[in-house]
Write a protein that binds this ligand. Sequence first.
Ligand code: NAD
Ligand code: UDP
Length: 326
Amino acid sequence: MEQISFRRIGKRRRVLVTGGAGFIGSNLIDRLIARGDEVICVDNLLTGSRKNIAHLLGHPRFDFLLHDVTMPLSVVVDEIYNLACPASPVHYQHDPIQTTRTSVLGVLNMLDLANKLSCKLLQASTSEVYGDPLIHPQTEDYWGHVNPIGPRACYDEGKRCAETLCMDYRRRFGFPVKIARIFNTYGPRMQAEDGRVVSNFILQALQGAPITIYGDGEQSRSFCYVDDLVDGLIALMDSPDDVVGPINLGRPAEFTIRELAEMTLRLTGSRSPLITMPLPVDDPRQRKPDISRARALLGWEPRVELETGLQATIDYFAETYVRVPA
Ligand code: NAD
Ligand code: UDP
């Protein structure tokens, strides 16, 4: 097993973020560094990028470890955010066996580490545990409607098994575990090529390419801006030990994919045409979180309207990927 020891500086909180070079992880790390924590970022750079953490390399309270969470890890920390896992359907279906391995072996290794250190672990779960839900909005006590043998199952079932392991480790060993069920999140540092709807539509609009609507575009999602999501993750980690979850984190305002396309066109001023393409297999029809539990237990409420967050994301993509020549 890889043995890594980091020097402890004073009494600062030391936090491990797996998947920290990814979209959500790197936004989370920025916030933890800003509040004075020491952060160890673990990532194998499968879908993440050094660019997301480039501004932190050399920072005295930041360390990056190129490591695959399917292998055991030994570091000394006070808290673990386990985010390592490809998250977009295109990426997690690219190597589905590796996705299951990452979800299941990854959380097992992190739970073993948390148990050894008696430290807190927060698991990044997902609204995908509800599959193509039959109740609406989704409450945490809904057990879901997942196809266990379809192309999304590597992710959905991997994350469901990860939740099972979190609860079993907590029941057996008693250390604090927290489960966040994250709904569709968007914002700066989403990857351009990961095939998610927000990044696809923004890039297509900025480049004047056709906007690709899968199916009839009447399926819905509820989009949460990454800053709000990071607030929720930190509030959950900082909550009393008896707040375990699962807790839905997402913004309940629900939009059809066609409405998202139209808003993106309006905000970018693009004249891209809308085209339809086949709906992916097992694509969930409707998704909207019930966040009563997060409100009551964490006092958490997402604040950023879709239009505001989308504009900030458009500005990021325009600056990062579509520079206009001077
Ligand atoms: P992302 O792909 O940008 O980040 C995932 C990170 O994990 C990447 O940096 C990747 O390189 C790393 N990773 C993947 N496999 C690894 C492995 N075996 N070992 C070490 N690192 C590995 O995705 P994201 O959107 O930032 O998602 C982060 C977490 O949040 C994931 O666990 C995802 O399931 C969960 N989540 C995200 C959303 C969303 O809308 N973005 C929704 C629900 C849940
Ligand atoms: N989608 C779309 N066009 C795209 C990408 C996605 O219409 O170019 C649809 C997709 O079929 C799904 C929704 O947008 O109904 C959200 O897809 P995404 O991959 O972002 O997330 P998830 O399906 O995991 O919610």
